[in-house]
Design a binder for this molecule. Structure first.
Ligand code: NAD
Ligand code: WQD
Length: 381
């Protein structure tokens, strides 16, 4: 990168994964950031970022270069640096920061984590090591390299069983699973760091249920092994990758049709929220931090609307034309009837808005899944 570059270098951990790759795409599209992804491939393929670079380059052809951006910077925004490194390995992560030098990484979006709720109950120590241990190490290395701006990937799971729905950020935190607890712990650690060192600024984004894919269908969700979230399951059923019977886990909840209600939001909308969060961190003393001695805040990223399992399945049937078979089974342990965000704070303070409806989300998911029935695997074998 040229020494007089105007681009801000941002590290995205987990940048090759589902949400990370869409975040990297949105950052590249701003033409203000040089993006470095740090991912160990635990649940991703390098092909995702190759495609993000291609998309960003192709779309640039119809854009006008801002007058204040050099030709080199203009091109550089498409060159996503993909580092294969494990966040639990301090030496590898330190070497990534060292390559750029002290004070040269403007900020970090920390997306990387393991996220399987059931697995986390079976292997709590590996989850605490990968999600909490790695985060502490990352924060220490950021401190060493004078990099003190952070956006953190949190989750609605921090709320556990919320006393009221839609859920405001002030709702008590009470995660039920070890996975969820890693999110609460990381938020606490980051908040404490921001209290102790006032030059630190961090925003935690509590995602509700992300779904969909880039509208081109070239990047999307490609979990290794069997999917366990509703929409990837429905997507894989429709391409015949897994058997066509959806186990509807409980139809006796106090909801519109007895099945659980969730706040599904398009991954493109979710990813755009990260750019808004970085914009806030760029402000000298942002008004969002009421306590001037602690620059930390958490925001819900959701639609503020709920859809039931049956409503989602009907929407996917419409998008795919696939005739899903349904089998009603007992409730899944730990499921709560309804999780819906109160997104007011993010709307008012970050300018966050969701533009995609359920139909678009399902159509985009299908566009990705039908073009890539086996995910990215086909290009890597
Ligand atoms: P993902 O598995 O697709 O992406 C996570 C990425 O992090 C993967 O590419 C993985 O290889 C990488 N990674 C994991 N551990 C790592 C380590 N030790 N070192 C380097 N890389 C590592 O998952 P996702 O759905 O994109 O989720 C991203 C983040 O969003 C996670 O923090 C997750 O907890 C959070 N989140 C996800 C959802 C959801 O439903 N997808 C909802 C709420 C919050
Ligand atoms: C949605 C609904 C199921 C599969 C999880 C994590 C949460 C967050 C998002 C990371 C539920 C029902 C599902 C199936 C079904 N991730 N379902 N049959 O549970 O809301 O949230 O992902 O932070 O932490 O817990 O999402 O997609 O697993 O389930 O009936 O085969 O679909 O019971 O009501 P969930 P999900």
């Amino acid at each position: 990168m040229p020494s007089d570059s105007k681009l801000k270098t941002v590290i995205v951990t987990g940048g090759a994964g589902y949400i990370g790759s869409h975040v990297v795409y949105h950052l590249a599209k701003t033409r203000q950031y040089k993006v470095v992804s740090v991912d160990n491939g635990h649940n991703s393929q390098p092909e995702s970022l190759t495609r993000v670079s291609q998309l960003a380059r192709e779309e640039q052809a119809s854009e006008t270069k801002p007058a204040d951006l050099s030709d080199e910077d203009w091109q550089e925004t498409n060159n996503i640096v993909a580092k294969n490194a494990d966040l639990t390995d301090g030496a590898s992560i330190r070497s990534v920061f060292a390559e750029y030098g002290k004070g040269k990484i403007w900020g970090v979006i920390h997306v990387a984590a393991w996220k399987a709720v059931g697995e986390s109950a079976e292997q709590p120590l590996t989850y605490y090591a990968n999600n909490v241990g790695a985060t502490i190490q990352l924060l220490q290395i950021m401190n060493e390299f004078d990099c003190k701006r952070l956006v953190y990937s949190s989750s609605a799971t921090v709320y556990g069983i919320p006393p009221k729905v839609p859920i405001p950020e002030t709702s008590p935190l009470g995660a039920l699973s070890p996975y969820g607890k890693t999110k609460v712990m990381c938020e606490t650690i980051i908040e404490d760091l921001c209290t102790a060192q006032q030059e630190w600024k961090a925003l935690s984004l509590r995602y509700f249920n992300p779904a969909g894919a880039h509208p081109s269908g070239r990047i999307g969700e490609d979990p290794r092994g069997k999917p366990f979230n509703l929409l990837p399951i429905l997507g894989q059923m429709a391409v015949g990758r897994i058997p066509p019977t959806l186990k509807v886990m409980g139809n006796d909840y106090p909801t519109v049709d007895g099945t659980c209600v969730r706040d599904y939001l398009h991954v493109m909308d979710l990813a755009s929220g990260h750019v808004l969060a970085l914009n806030k961190l760029a402000e000298e003393r942002s008004a969002i931090f009421a306590d001037k001695n602690k620059q930390f805040k958490a925001y819900n990223l959701g639609n503020g609307k709920g859809e039931s399992v049956l409503q989602i399945t009907a929407a996917m049937k419409k998008a795919t034309g696939f005739d899903y078979k349904l089998e009603i089974t007992p409730r899944r342990a730990g499921d709560v009837p309804a999780l819906i965000a109160d997104p007011t704070l993010a709307q008012e303070e970050l300018g966050f808005k969701t533009s995609a409806n359920l139909e678009t989300m399902c159509a985009d998911l299908w566009n990705w899944q039908s073009q890539n029935p086996n995910g990215y695997a086909a290009v890597n074998v």
